[in-house]
Design a protein around this ligand. Structure first.
Ligand SMILES: NC(=O)c1ccc[n+]([C@@H]2O[C@H](COP(=O)([O-])OP(=O)(O)OC[C@H]3O[C@@H](n4cnc5c(N)ncnc54)[C@H](O)[C@@H]3O)[C@@H](O)[C@H]2O)c1
Ligand SMILES: [Zn+2]
Length: 363
């Protein structure tokens, strides 16, 4: 078992990472250590429930009043209506202020359950059992929770830290290939922005990672959580440093918006976006040449994209990236690299060079 401590004063919490965990005595003890009352509500979705729900219920049944809410699966259900289903079920089963919510699922379930916990009776405890690679290395660390609004993604939410995060690496064995690769994009991101040694380690171990070897995955997940935890500990509410976690995301969001969130998965857009960010950093002379090629090779091995969606052009980028959509020179804040493992957030880059990167990555 690997344990990572997220250091946030009185909101600090542990992340436990191991194989063979979700139905074990160890998990039972870890859960008991994090549950303060007698009531528990497990929140999951209809895809995950048939595979994992019984296992988690069985760990808790003899000790607590356990209820479960099974939500529909998908980002399109990450909204206030679905959130309300959680509140309804909590009220119907008479959960009080000492209840603990358990998020069993990917980032969608984690974000919604966290937000429900932040607001139910003005705040109750919650625990994360993330089951996608993205949720294990990204969304379950750092306390951002919330839902989407018709007018914008993640526009309604709160910062809410969990009591603990319990990661069973084996849950990744049932995850589909595309979702797994999308999570790997965020793992690679941590190497690029923070830790050149880790980037090299990923290159050396990519075959084992692709085949989801448990020991290799455990190291990659622990390292990723450690890096995200270090960034979040310095800047919990994103006043500055935390924005480096958005490497590739500004380009990526433009791709996601262009494709109406149906062409690329988030991680796929981030993968292609990181290629553009490293390319631009190299063209500006800030990053040693060769990193972009190394990143492209990793993406290829994971079947992640290295360029924009079909049909997307430079104007689409400018349009979706700009705050001021009419002014091409308006300041688009980008995370760029000053070296492998060294990220900066800046609007001070040559706009002509920026355009040449955009042109080269459009079809
Ligand atoms: N809070 C944060 O800091 C943060 C960070 C990054 C992303 N997010 C949010 O996370 C969400 C994306 O999360 P995601 O990529 O985990 O997507 P997701 O939660 O939609 O999960 C992806 C798919 O995999 C299925 N699934 C989950 N675990 C499985 C398993 N073990 N076996 C088989 N199928 C499984 C899900 O049912 C779903 O269909 C977005 O809403 C995003 O906004 C939040
Ligand atoms: Zn991301």
């Amino acid at each position: 078992m690997k344990t990572i401590h997220v250091d946030l004063g009185d909101r600090s919490y542990p992340i436990f990472i191991s194989s063979d965990l979700i139905a074990s005595k160890t998990a039972q003890t870890l859960l008991a250590d994090s549950i303060r009352g007698k009531q528990v509500m497990i929140v999951t979705n209809e895809t995950i429930a048939p595979i994992y729900l019984k296992k988690v219920e069985q760990l808790l049944a003899h000790e607590y009043q356990v209820s479960s809410t099974i939500l529909p699966d998908g980002e399109s259900f990450k909204n206030l209506d679905t959130l309300n289903q959680i509140f309804t079920s909590l009220l119907e089963s008479r959960h009080n202020r000492t209840t603990t919510l358990i998020a069993l699922g990917g980032g969608v379930i984690g974000d919604m359950t966290g937000y429900a916990a932040a607001s139910y009776q003005r705040g109750v405890d919650f625990i994360q059992i993330p089951t996608t690679l993205l949720a294990q290395v990204d969304s379950s660390v750092g306390g951002k929770t919330g839902v989407n609004h018709a007018l914008g993604k993640n526009m309604i939410g709160a910062f809410k830290q969990p009591q603990s995060v319990i990661i069973d690496i084996d849950t990744l064995q049932t995850l589909d290939k595309r979702q797994f690769a999308a999570g790997m994009a965020e793992v690679i991101k941590y190497g690029l922005i923070w830790d050149s040694e880790f980037f090299k380690w990923i290159e050396d171990n990519i075959v084992q990672l692709v085949s989801r070897d448990p020991d290799t995955l455990q190291y990659a997940i622990a390292k990723s959580c450690e890096i995200k935890a270090a960034v979040v500990a310095e800047d919990e509410t994103e006043k500055g440093l935390r924005a480096i976690l958005n490497l590739g995301h500004t380009f990526g969001h433009a791709m996601e918006t262009f494709g109406n969130y149906s062409t690329f998965l988030h991680g796929e857009a981030v993968a292609a976006g990181m290629v553009m960010a490293t390319d631009l950093s190299e063209r500006l002379g800030w990053l040693e040449t060769g990193i972009t090629d190394r990143l492209k090779k990793l993406n290829q091995q994971l079947n992640l994209p290295n360029s924009s969606p079909e049909g997307m052009d430079m104007d689409d980028y400018i349009n979706y990236m700009s705050v001021d959509k009419k002014n091409l020179d308006s300041d688009i804040r980008l995370v760029l690299l000053m070296g492998l493992g060294k990220a900066i957030i800046t609007t001070e880059y040559d706009k002509v060079v920026f355009e040449s990167t955009l042109k080269d990555y459009c079809s």
